[in-house]
Design a protein around this ligand. Structure first.
Ligand SMILES: [Zn+2]
Length: 305
């Protein structure tokens, strides 16, 4: 709490110190992003023409992420800040609100999706499930929206952004077709995905999986003993072969679930680690949006078969 107060003081200082000095006209557009999914997207769209600084790294949980003083400085010196929104970045909302009207354009990319397409949720102040990147159609809309915002912020590079966007959208088409063909190899009755927290509802909706998360939508609330018991019963009843750990959530909850199933005389495997709210390590295939998606789907299908 004390540290947080310091950060709010730092914000106030930045606001009072930020002068209206004009940037060098040739300077690259300075973009700050929050999650690794957004960083990967904006880097692909902007290429070498822009500077992108992502606040969160691989394995970082956006629900719990708090801005450091270094982040506050990056945010207030940015030309544009792209964040996911729908209260995914629950602890950064206050910082974004303070930034409004301070020459920094903050853009919630969830705005690209029509509200009636979103899944409702009582866990978030937004009243919607924020894990929108797991629907590829949504991601295409987000790609187009981000492209338009980059063009507005940096018109001299508009043609480049447009070209990169076209290529990115074509890659998403290939990704979607590949994923569908992998999922088709898994019998419909085996399409049950049990994970540590409810990040995969949009994935389930788009690709025909029943999705059950132990922790509810946000990792801010811990799963109780009763939740574990009930989910263990469900796994036994439905004869689920495997359950999954997530890279940005401690694995003890899923291990407790496995132990609970075993205590009832049944077996369930831990099918692997899925990337839910953060991509894999930068520079690896799983460190990209498409690589993460392919890795998750292969892991899920192989373990549930
Ligand atoms: Zn989440």
């Amino acid at each position: 709490m004390k540290k947080y107060t310091l950060i709010l003081i730092a914000i106030t200082l930045f606001l009072s110190c930020k002068t209206t000095t004009k940037k060098d006209a040739n300077a690259k557009l300075n973009v700050v992003t929050t999650t690794t999914m957004l960083t990967d997207l904006v880097e692909d769209l902007g290429g070498d023409a822009i500077e992108v600084q992502g606040l969160m790294g691989s394995g970082v949980d956006p629900h719990l992420y708090k801005a450091s003083e270094g982040d506050v400085s990056k945010l207030f010196n940015a030309d544009v800040v792209f964040y996911s929104g729908l209260h995914l970045e629950g602890k950064l909302v206050e910082v974004f609100e303070k930034m409004e009207g301070n020459n920094v354009k903050t853009i919630a990319l969830a705005e690209a999706i029509e509200k009636d397409k979103l899944i409702g949720s009582e866990y978030f102040a937004s009243n919607y499930d924020p894990h929108i990147w797991f629907n590829i159609d949504f991601w295409k809309k987000i790609t187009k929206y981000t492209t338009e915002e980059l063009k507005k912020a940096d018109p001299k590079n508009a043609a480049l952004f447009e070209e990169n966007s076209k290529k990115y959208l074509e890659d998403l088409e290939v990704l979607e077709a590949d994923i569908k063909s992998v999922i088709e190899t898994l019998p419909v009755e085996k399409r049950i995905l049990v994970t540590a927290h409810d990040a995969f509802n949009y994935f389930g909706q788009a690709f025909g999986f029943e999705v059950v998360g132990l922790q509810g939508l946000s990792t801010a609330t811990e799963a109780g003993v009763q939740d574990v018991q009930e989910l263990a019963k469900f796994i036994i009843e439905k004869d689920v072969k495997a359950i999954f750990v997530e890279s940005s959530v401690p694995k003890r909850t899923i291990e407790a679930l496995q132990a609970s199933v075993q205590s009832k005389g049944h077996e369930v495997a831990i099918g692997g680690t899925l990337f839910s709210d953060a991509l894999g390590t930068r520079g690896t295939i799983e460190g990209t949006y498409a690589g993460m998606f392919r890795y998750n789907v292969n892991t899920i299908v192989n373990a549930l078969k």
